[in-house]
Design a protein around this ligand. Structure first.
Ligand SMILES: [Mg+2]
Length: 126
C-alpha cells in the first residue's frame, strides 16, 4: 500500500460533519469535559514521561514530580467532577463497587477476561 492510499482510506472513516461538531463544541459542558479529558491525557503523559526517563534512561526516579503530576490529574478530575456534578467520594465508592462485582475480593485474569458489563453498568447507574 502506498502511504497516500493509506491516508485516503483513513480519512474516509473520519467524522467530518464539522458543522455538527462545531455546534457541539458551543456547549460549555462539552468544552469543560474536553478540557478535563485533554488535561487528564496530557498529565498522564507527563507522569509516564518521568517514569520512562527513570526506567529506560536511568534518570533518578523523581517521586516529587510523580506526586506533582498526580496532583495535576486531580485538578483536571475536579473540573470534570464539577461539570458532572459528582464528588470524588461518590465516584470512588461506585468504582470500588464495580470492581467488587468484577473480582470479588481478589483479582484474577479469568474474571478480568469474563466481565459482566451489564451488571457493572447497573452498579454505576444506581
Ligand atoms: Mg503536570
Amino acid at each position: 500500500m502506498k502511504t497516500i492510499d493509506y491516508i485516503k482510506n483513513a480519512v474516509k472513516t473520519e467524522s467530518r460533519d464539522f458543522s455538527a461538531i462545531g455546534e457541539r463544541l458551543q456547549s460549555v459542558q462539552n468544552q469543560r469535559l474536553l478540557h478535563g479529558g485533554i488535561g487528564l491525557a496530557t498529565e498522564a503523559g507527563e507522569f509516564l514521561d518521568a517514569l520512562k526517563k527513570h526506567v529506560f534512561y536511568g534518570k533518578e526516579l523523581d517521586t516529587v514530580n510523580l506526586r506533582e503530576e498526580m496532583g495535576d490529574i486531580f485538578w483536571y478530575c475536579a473540573i470534570i467532577a464539577d461539570e458532572l456534578e459528582v464528588d470524588f467520594k461518590d465516584v470512588m465508592e461506585r468504582n470500588i463497587a464495580k470492581l467488587k462485582a468484577r473480582y470479588g475480593e481478589k483479582f484474577s485474569e479469568d474474571k478480568a477476561n469474563h466481565r459482566d458489563l451489564d451488571e457493572e453498568r447497573q452498579i454505576l447507574e444506581n
